[in-house]
Design a protein around this ligand. Structure first.
Ligand code: 2AM
Ligand code: CA
Length: 269
């Protein structure tokens, strides 16, 4: 993607993200219609749907040849990543949105022919935008995030991880995971994958592991993590498939091989 095209797209995407965030903040106290999707804990609200529609309608009007992968059904059904593809989660951390009215994000990734060009993760209630353009570094608002520390040790690492490794088909042996959490310094669980990727990029956690994430949870985060020298793969160290669900390890390269080789692969069922 040409530099000028990327800059134009970035500015437009950022403007829409900020506008959508402002609408969510204005309505945060309003009564919500909450429904469930795949299971009783898989929540969706009118705000998720309206926010997604906000993006999709604008993208389709401004960039009719662009394609969209998004959570709530207004996007396209894609078989490949050719062309310019917006990968959008209107609210990442819907459970936090419903229960806490904070700790959720708007996540917008823009990919061109499968390559992540732009990532925007907006912590709506804190008004903090994590952003990146490929090859131009990552930012927390206007602050240029430094490269991740090359000397991070696994025993001194904080890892973001949720309990899905217990639920999602138990892909990794429990004993190995127990050994893992005893080895590292501590765990954290924020409940929004997009924010957890942003926190990896910020260096306030050293890695993030999840056993099941959708493309819209991670597309923006992968671009941002990449710009500070972080690595995002599936739990087995393979490339992420942005057309389906993935296991995820996004982390500081200093600990990436150890997490995968010594724990996830070793405990793989
Ligand atoms: P969501 O809020 O957009 O649904 C919670 O730990 C994180 O995982 C959130 O980013 C959440 O996204 C996502 N998530 C929750 N359940 C999921 C599932 N069954 N598959 C994929 N991602 C899920
Ligand atoms: Ca969502």
């Amino acid at each position: 993607m040409e530099l000028e095209t990327r800059n134009t797209l970035y500015n437009q995407a950022k403007e829409w993200v900020m506008e959508a965030g402002s609408i969510i903040r204005d309505q945060i106290g309003a009564p919500l219609e909450i429904n469930t999707k795949s299971n009783p804990n898989d929540l969706v609200t009118t705000m998720d749907k309206n926010t997604e529609y906000f993006f999709v309608s604008r993208i389709k009007r401004a960039f009719p040849d662009h394609l969209i992968i998004s959570e709530e059904g207004y996007g396209d059904d894609l078989k490949n990543l050719k062309g310019t593809v917006w990968i959008i989660d209107p609210i990442d951390g819907t459970m936090n949105f419903v229960h806490q009215k904070r700790n959720f994000a708007i996540s917008v990734g823009i990919y061109h022919d499968g390559i992540g060009e732009i990532g925007l993760v907006y912590n709506v209630m804190d008004d903090i935008l994590y952003s990146a353009k490929r090859g131009e570094g990552a930012y927390k608002n206007d602050f240029n995030l430094p490269m991740l520390p090359a000397d991070r040790k696994i025993t001194e690492s904080i890892i973001g991880m949720n309990h899905y490794w217990l639920c999602e088909n138990r892909l990794v042996d429990e004993k190995v995971m127990e050994h893992f959490v005893r080895t590292i310094r501590g765990t954290r669980l924020y409940g929004s994958a997009a924010l957890e990727f942003a926190y990896v990029a910020e260096g306030i956690i050293d890695g993030y592991i999840s056993m099941s994430l959708a493309p819209w949870d991670i597309a923006a985060g992968c671009v941002i993590v990449n710009e500070v020298g972080g690595i995002s793969t599936n739990a087995w160290g393979e490339d992420i498939n942005f057309l389906g669900k993935n296991t995820i390890v996004a982390c500081n390269p200093a600990i990436q091989r150890r997490i995968i080789d010594d724990y996830l692969q070793k405990g793989r069922k």
